[in-house]
Design a protein around this ligand. Structure first.
Ligand code: FES
Length: 140
């Protein structure tokens, strides 16, 4: 089975550091993960997320610093709000909102980084197999 492509926006301070630690420790995470480093998740405009889908992503993950930990004070809250809004928009047009996920992470949480990505990849696999089943139902 093909691994789902997951575009992951990581802020320069916490989540990218967690990703770097996971890589440095040779921890295994899903092959389809594509990391995009941003100065802060507050910089991730909704258009960036939509463009990721347009370019073939099956899921988009935004990983921000934990509450109170953002180096730009409220960037992580902004990103969280944008993700909620995009999820609501997806739902309203019949696209699975679970394809967008936001989570909080600290720089030393490399184990959690791997866990979040593995869970998200599994969720996307489930969504895709449901989609394939529905297509088969429609064509029969
Ligand atoms: Fe990490 Fe803002 S610096 S989310």
């Amino acid at each position: 089975m093909c691994e789902p492509v997951i575009v992951t926006f990581c802020c320069n301070h916490c989540s990218y550091e967690a990703a770097d630690r996971a890589g440095g420790a040779r921890k295994k995470y899903p092959e389809g993960v594509r990391i995009i480093k941003v100065p802060c998740t507050g910089r991730v405009e909704p258009e960036f997320i939509l463009k990721a889908f347009k370019c073939g992503a099956e899921g988009v993950l935004v990983l921000g610093c934990r509450p109170g930990g953002c180096h730009f004070k409220i960037g992580n809250y902004k990103a969280y709000g944008r993700c909620l809004l995009l999820r609501k928009t997806f739902r309203s047009v019949g696209i699975e909102e679970e394809r967008i996920r936001f989570d909080w992470i600290d720089a030393n949480e490399d184990e959690r980084f791997v866990k979040i990505l593995s869970e998200f990849a599994e969720k996307l696999r489930q969504l895709d197999s449901r989609l394939r089943r529905n297509r088969l139902d429609l064509s029969s």
